[in-house]
Design a protein around this ligand. Structure first.
Ligand code: AMP
Length: 364
């Protein structure tokens, strides 16, 4: 069985690592010669729009998936016309435009912060009369890890924030005064089998995920499961999905969803019976899904911009290090580490040590 993956970064790499024990092999399409997954399979080296390469990918793979949501719609459609593509292109089309995504979430009954589309400085000024301060201005497309975003604290911020967008279509949304950020990673197979991981509690800084921790019997688990079930079913979705949520006054408000394996689910490699990566493969190959039950208490810390020495990380008990094989660069995720313990009390001091190492190594 061969799985084709659009993209050859760390998510593709972790999917491949999960697939090898199941006898699955991989072919990656990625424009970078040094894409970090490509040592684990065949590499079609070239542009995502190259139809010769896309046709080859479709021919050589039994099923195609992807590791990022900004796959151009015509590329996803081209592939879908030639082979099975999971998740289907409709999920991509929705997730890659924040306006379409927020309209969709609200239409299917999943609440979000108030938002308005913005096409000009005048429309931003008008929208702010309804949204109120503080607010966040975000590009509708191509934004991830906090890129293309600015916080609006007063009318004095409008002009410069609008200029920064460089004419790109945008939305402005109300700033959510959340108690915490959580995400639910869930999976649906070709046959419609569903499974849900325990909620992840997430900490972001400068719009980038820094730390995730698995929750145990969280009071909001069932509400999050209801929302993500609706999302999976409405999209006729196949594969792993992540729904990112804010907790406000004990309720959940959606931020966005990612139609792929997700950074807030990396802890499942050591912290769940079956990782999100293996379950993504099981789902798209229509195999029975594996148990999503947690094994102990787990935290994951990202290394961004740079990483500590391996010895420093491995000296912390119960730690597992995942190096992505990527050169350090400002704001770039280069590795992560996971700690698993029997109890939360045991977990927190070790997690703190890892966070301190990550902060020291961050060259951003
Ligand atoms: P995003 O690119 O939309 O995933 O946003 C990245 C991070 O910015 C989120 O995880 C939050 O920490 C923060 N953020 C985004 N939107 C809002 C919002 N409307 N209110 C408060 N914080 C937000």
């Amino acid at each position: 069985m061969k799985v084709g993956i659009l993209g050859g970064g760390q998510l593709a790499r972790m999917i491949a690592l999960a697939g090898y024990p199941l006898g699955i092999r991989f072919i990656f399409l990625d424009p970078s010669l040094s894409a970090c997954a490509t040592t684990l399979g065949d590499h079609l080296h070239g542009d995502y729009h190259n139809e010769t390469l896309l046709a080859e990918l479709a021919k050589r793979a039994d099923v195609v998936t992807y590791e990022f949501e900004n796959v151009p719609a015509n590329v996803a459609d081209f592939l879908a016309a030639h082979t099975s593509v999971y998740p289907a292109p409709n999920a991509l089309a929705i997730a890659q435009d924040r306006l379409v995504e927020k309209n969709f979430l609200n239409d299917i009954g999943i609440p979000t912060a108030p938002y308005k589309p913005v096409e000009s400085l005048a429309s931003l000024q008008q929208a702010m009369q309804q949204i109120g301060y503080p607010a966040i201005l975000k590009t509708r497309t191509q934004g991830y890890d906090g890129k293309g975003q600015s916080v609006l604290r007063s009318a004095a911020d409008l002009h410069s924030s609008w200029q920064k967008l460089d004419g790109l279509p945008a939305i402005v949304e109300g700033f959510v005064n959340f108690t915490r950020e959580v995400s639910i990673v869930a999976v649906r197979s070709v046959s419609g089998e569903l499974a849900f991981y325990p909620l992840s509690e997430n900490v972001h800084r400068e719009g980038i995920l820094r730390v995730s921790e698995s929750c145990d019997n969280d009071p909001l688990q069932s509400k999050a499961q209801d929302y993500v079930t609706t999302l999976l079913n409405e999209l006729h979705y196949v594969g792993v999905i992540a729904l990112e949520l804010f907790e406000v006054n004990g309720e959940l408000v959606a931020n966005e969803f990612a139609p792929r394996v997700h950074n807030s689910g990396h802890w499942t490699i050591e912290g769940a019976e079956t990782s999100q990566f293996e379950n993504h493969l099981r789902a798209i190959l229509d195999l029975p899904l594996g148990s999503t039950a947690a094994v102990g208490r787990t935290a994951m810390v990202n290394f961004i911009g740079g990483k500590p020495e391996n010895e420093q990380v491995l000296a912390i008990e119960n730690t597992h290090l995942h190096l992505y094989g990527k050169a350090p660069r400002k704001g770039r995720k280069v590795a992560h580490a996971t700690i698993r313990t029997a109890t939360q009390e045991a977990l927190h001091p070790l997690k703190k040590k890892l966070i301190d190492l990550a902060n020291e190594a961050d060259n951003s």
